[in-house]
Design a protein around this ligand. Structure first.
Ligand SMILES: Nc1ncnc2c1ncn2[C@@H]1O[C@H](COP(=O)(O)OP(=O)(O)O)[C@@H](O)[C@H]1O
Ligand SMILES: [Mg+2]
Length: 331
C-alpha cells in the first residue's frame, strides 16, 4: 500500500460518526485545539471514544508525522509505570539489566497520550507535575536531566473533581493537564447518534468480512435507540458485530440485538432459590455477574477491572478459577 492509501485507510478506521449537536461540538473542539500545542484533558465514560479523539488531536496537529505514543496508566503496574514513562539506567532496580529510554524520550517532538490518568499513583503524579512545570526529568537511577518537546494529552473515565476531593488526584496536576477539556457525553445522552452509528458499524463489519451487506429490521433501530449502553459506543459496536455474526439473512431482527439470555435466570437453574453451600452460590453468582460485565466491556479485561474497581491481576485470576472463557463472537 502506498503512503496515501495507507493514510486514507488509517483515517477511515478512525472516523468519528454521529450527527448529534453534541458530537458536532466535539468535532468543533477538536478542530479548534488540535493545531495548538495546548494540553488537552479528554473526559468521558468508558467506550465513549476518548482514544479516537486523542488520535485526531495528534493527527490534525503540526506534529502529525512525529511519534504518537499512548500509555495506559491503569494497565501498567504502578511500580513499573515510572520507568515506562521516564526510562531507567542499568541497575536502577532489580531486573534493570540494560538502560532503556522511557516513552517520554521516544515521543520527543511528538504527542503522548496518558490514558486513564485518574488511576495514576499519587507519588508518580508528583513527579509528573514536576516534569510539566520544568520540562525536565531523569531516567530512574540517573541524575542527568533530560529535556524533551512533547505535547501531553490525557484521558480519564473518572470524575477528577471527585478524585481531588478524595485526595486521590492532585489539584495542581489537574490544572496543568486540563488547559483545554473535551468532555464526551455518554451515548445515552445523545441517542440520536445510535442509528447512524449502528448502520456504520454494520456496513463496516460486512465490508471488512466480505459478507453481503445487511440492514436492520424496521423496529431494530428504535429498539437500539431506547437502550442505555453503559459500555457506550464500544458496547454498541460489539453488539452489532455479534448480531451480524448470528444473523444468516440480510435483515437484522430485534431478537439478534437483545443480550444473550443467561442460563442463570432460567427456572431449571434456580440460581437464587436452590439451596446449597453459600460459598458455592457465591461463586455461581459471581460467575454470571463477571460474564455479563465482560460482555458489556467487549472482553477488555483491563477496562472491566477498572470499572469493577479491582486489580487486573485479581480479575484474571478469578476468571481462571471460575472457568470463565471468552465466547466465540469476541475471539
Ligand atoms: N463517534 C464514533 N464514531 C465511530 N466509532 C466510535 C466513535 N466513538 C467511539 N468509537 C469506537 O468505539 C470504540 C471505543 O472507543 P475508544 O476511543 O477506545 O473509547 P474510550 O477510550 O473512551 O474507552 C472504538 O472501537 C472506537 O473506534
Ligand atoms: Mg480508552
Amino acid at each position: 500500500m502506498d503512503q496515501n492509501a495507507h493514510r486514507a485507510a488509517e483515517e477511515e478506521l478512525h472516523r468519528i460518526i454521529g450527527d448529534s449537536e453534541k458530537t458536532r461540538t466535539i468535532l468543533e473542539q477538536i478542530k479548534q485545539v488540535a493545531p495548538t500545542s495546548a494540553r488537552v484533558l479528554i473526559t468521558g465514560e468508558t467506550g465513549t471514544g476518548k482514544e479516537l479523539v486523542a488520535y485526531w488531536l495528534h493527527h490534525l496537529s503540526a506534529r502529525h508525522d512525529r511519534p504518537f505514543i499512548k500509555i495506559n496508566c491503569a494497565a501498567i503496574p504502578k511500580e513499573l509505570l515510572e520507568s515506562e514513562l521516564f526510562g531507567h539506567e542499568k541497575g536502577a532496580f532489580t531486573g534493570a539489566l540494560n538502560s532503556r529510554p522511557g516513552r517520554f524520550e521516544l515521543a520527543d517532538t511528538g504527542t503522548v497520550l496518558l490514558d486513564e490518568i485518574g488511576d495514576m499513583d499519587p507519588r508518580l503524579q508528583a513527579k509528573l507535575l514536576r516534569v510539566l512545570e520544568t520540562g525536565e526529568f531523569e531516567r530512574v537511577g540517573s541524575n542527568h536531566p533530560l529535556k524533551v518537546d512533547i505535547r501531553i494529552i490525557s484521558a480519564t473515565n473518572k470524575n477528577l473533581a471527585e478524585e481531588i476531593e478524595k485526595h486521590n488526584f492532585r489539584e495542581d496536576l489537574y490544572h496543568r493537564l486540563n488547559v483545554f477539556n473535551i468532555h464526551i457525553p455518554a451515548l445515552r445522552e445523545r441517542p440520536e447518534d445510535i442509528p447512524v452509528l449502528a448502520r456504520y458499524f454494520l456496513d463496516t463489519y460486512c465490508r471488512q468480512n466480505g459478507v453481503s451487506s445487511k440492514r436492520f429490521a424496521s423496529d431494530a433501530l428504535d429498539y437500539l435507540s431506547g437502550q442505555s449502553f453503559p459500555g457506550n459506543i464500544r458496547e454498541l459496536k460489539n453488539l452489532i458485530e455479534r448480531a451480524a455474526i448470528v444473523t444468516p439473512g440480510d435483515e437484522i431482527p430485534v431478537s439478534a440485538l437483545t443480550p444473550n439470555p443467561t442460563p442463570a435466570f432460567t427456572s431449571e437453574n434456580q440460581l437464587f432459590t436452590r439451596t446449597r453451600p453459600l460459598s458455592q452460590a457465591r461463586n455461581e453468582l459471581e460467575k454470571v455477574f463477571l460474564e455479563q460485565q465482560l460482555a458489556r466491556f467487549a472482553w477488555n479485561i483491563t477496562k472491566t477491572a477498572v470499572e469493577l474497581n479491582i486489580e487486573r491481576s485479581n480479575l484474571s485470576r478469578r476468571l481462571k478459577q471460575l472457568g470463565i472463557q471468552k465466547p466465540d463472537p469476541y475471539a
